[in-house]
Design a protein around this ligand. Sequence first.
Ligand code: CUK
Ligand code: CUA
Ligand code: CA
Length: 638
Amino acid sequence: SDNKTPQEATPELGRRRFFNTTAIVGLTAGLAACSDKGGNATAPAAGSAPAGHATAANASHLKPGELDSYYGLWSGGHTGDVRVLGIPSGREILRIPCFVPDALVGWGHTNESKKVMGTKADGSLRYTVADTHHVHASYKDGNYDGRYAWVNDKINSRVARIRLDYFVCDKITQLPNVQGFHGIFPDKADPVDPAINYTTRVFCGGEFSIPLPNAGTEDEKQYRSLFSCLDAETMEVRWQVLLDGNCDLVATSYDGKLAATNQYNTEMGAKYEDMMSAERDSCVFFNIARIEAAVKEGKFKTIGSSKVPVVDGTRESNKDPKTALTAYVSVPKNPHGVNASPDAKYFICAGKLSPTATVIELAKVLEWFDGKLEKLDGAIAAEVELGLGPLHTAFDGRGNAFTTLFLDSQVVKWNVEKAIAFHKGDKAAKYVVDRIDVHYQPGHINASQSETKAADGKFLAVGCKFAKDRFLPVGPLHPENEQLIDISGEKMALLGDHPVRGEPHDFIFFKRDLLKPKAVYNIDEFPHAVKDAKDSGVTRNGKKVTVKMTSLAPAFSLREFKVRRGDEVTLILTNLDKVQDLTHGFAIPGHNVNFIVNPQETASVTFTAGEPGVYWCYCTHFCHALHLEMRTRMIVEA
Ligand code: CUK
Ligand code: CUA
Ligand code: CA
């Protein structure tokens, strides 16, 4: 490969230097390089063949019946869901609908899921589109604790929470006065109370700056972005911070004291050429304890009809380190991605339009807040060249970082302490350890347990944005290519390609024993549960009819039920089966009804009874040898 830092080869200055003010030309040239990769893709790229690692070569091929060793949670992009993948096999095991209706389970059709998703006054769903980017899970003692995961919807500024005992979305919150909500990350501890060494907050970065309140002014210099904090349990928005520049991705420190978001638009431009006009942007740090103290002391305002306290995090108001709520560390040109190292020492911010990664030392940022570090940029421990288009970084827990190079279609493995030594002047410190070609244009990257103190350095998953020629052609729409790389040795080895339905962005994967999912629901969690088949029946209140029913393979508790044309029918179904994997479905022809009930689950739907006639309601989810016979009749009378 021709992709070398100055250390590895004679520098090709034209390619390797920071993109300068003619950056648009540079960017265009870089993107042209993307299509080259597709054009000559028949020639296998050097480094793509698994080298060494005879044992690892089979690691992604599990024998029949063999279970994966890691759970992976993948965002679904604009399918609005979250996918559960087994790693290392890459098999998709489940899709968890969150923001968007799902026909398999009836998400967005049942009353229970509609309540989570949010409805308009007429009972219809407020939104049926979404764009999920980032999935992160709750922490305890620096590792995942298996309680929750959160995912963002960029389009409508929503946060969804997933319960990891049932793998279902149980709450969705919309952020006020935020557009283009992008980065999300839970905290890992409380900044003040050492007994709280687990997640109690979720931080959210607002990417698009807007007028606040949004009264439609055209002058973009008036636009601002907000950084939001949610309560992890109640999912209510606790506070927001007003910023100069935008927010993007989010990282949190292991001690709970700091959160940060990278800013690519410190210029506060409305056009991309304006957004990339400055040579340096920022990674802005938040002093969580001080922000919460300011909120307590009433030092906030509110915006528009929102009651959420908004503190002032702008540069002008936060010049004095001793009282500052925010600290803007400078980072080269349009950074993308900020990731916390598992040794809890650093945040790494990738340059995107600069070929560099910036290593920021958290202890120094805290020193600055204490008034003990003269210049904030003294917190920059290293700023080293990696390659073109660095985006996101993962870690192996052995001091190495892995950064995706979008334009180079590579992953670069580099040693953080050596990069720091190099930055300090030790030009013999060889910080780049290895490079591997990936296929193609990687965005997110993550290693097994990477974002925990238990990073284990076994596997690396790479979200390649373009699959091009890697799978059977299926017309113009290509899948994405999630590649798996063995990182257990010094050199990386490509293990496999996994096609995934568009369009995952971010993902995490962690040891399977961190989760204890339940195969059967607790019937008491459903307030409307029909706990006994004898409670089945039809009750009428004017035009409103309630039908209560249970399922127990291979029958529904009612053989038939009668309603009248135009009735508003609410049908409540409890699955009394207690056996693992015994799910039933319930469909009514002509009434747009179909949903499932898992063992001991209750779900309900509300619909208007149509034309008089007989409607065979049937089980849609294969459950029993008599699955086809599992039916009931809805008789609609005139
Ligand atoms: S962003 Cu997609 S490659 Cu939305 Cu996480 Cu970086
Ligand atoms: Cu019950 Cu199929
Ligand atoms: Ca910029």
